[in-house]
Design a protein around this ligand. Structure first.
Ligand code: 5GP
Length: 138
């Protein structure tokens, strides 16, 4: 499948759709997931278009994982979760629903079940506060 430049993350990159931004640099953008699996659930995307891990040039992928490590560190300081899951899905059968490569950073807590499928939309004010908490550690 060819990369579709009208996908929601491409639109966020072009500032056509708002997001709660956590971090950005020349190559990457990190923002709060609109339907968080847990408080602090953040997405990291490359600016370079690519549907999945197979399509993205190596340098763009390296930049994305560097930002993922950096933001995960800030999430650890901001939320102090006992665990953090990094997830990246390739293809609809794997659960991918937005076809611009992204890494999920999801704080995990003992005894809290994890659902890969999206839950409910979060309150935008809560997302804004969580983004600010993470930014404070970057
Ligand atoms: P996937 O299932 O493709 O790995 O994950 C896509 C993620 O994007 C989901 O967790 C979903 O909640 C999130 N998402 C979908 N649309 C939007 C949006 O418009 N804004 C933000 N911030 N996240 C979105």
């Amino acid at each position: 499948m060819a990369y579709d430049p009208s996908n929601i993350f491409a639109r966020i990159l072009r500032s056509e759709v708002p997001c709660h931004k956590v971090y950005e640099d020349d190559n990457t953008l990190a923002f709060m997931d609109i339907m968080p699996q847990a408080d602090g659930h953040t997405l990291v995307i490359p600016r370079t278009p690519g549907e999945n891990i197979h399509d993205l040039p190596e340098e763009a992928l390296a930049a994305t994982i560097r930002t993922t490590q950096k933001v995960a560190g800030a999430i650890r300081l901001a939320f102090d979760p006992p665990g953090i899951m990094i997830a990246q899905l390739n293809g609809a059968p794997a659960g991918q629903s937005v076809f611009h490569l992204h890494f999920h950073i999801v704080p995990r807590y003992a005894g809290k079940d994890f659902r890969m499928a999206a839950g409910e939309m979060a309150d935008p004010a809560v997302l804004a506060e969580h983004a600010a908490r993470i930014r404070a550690h970057l």
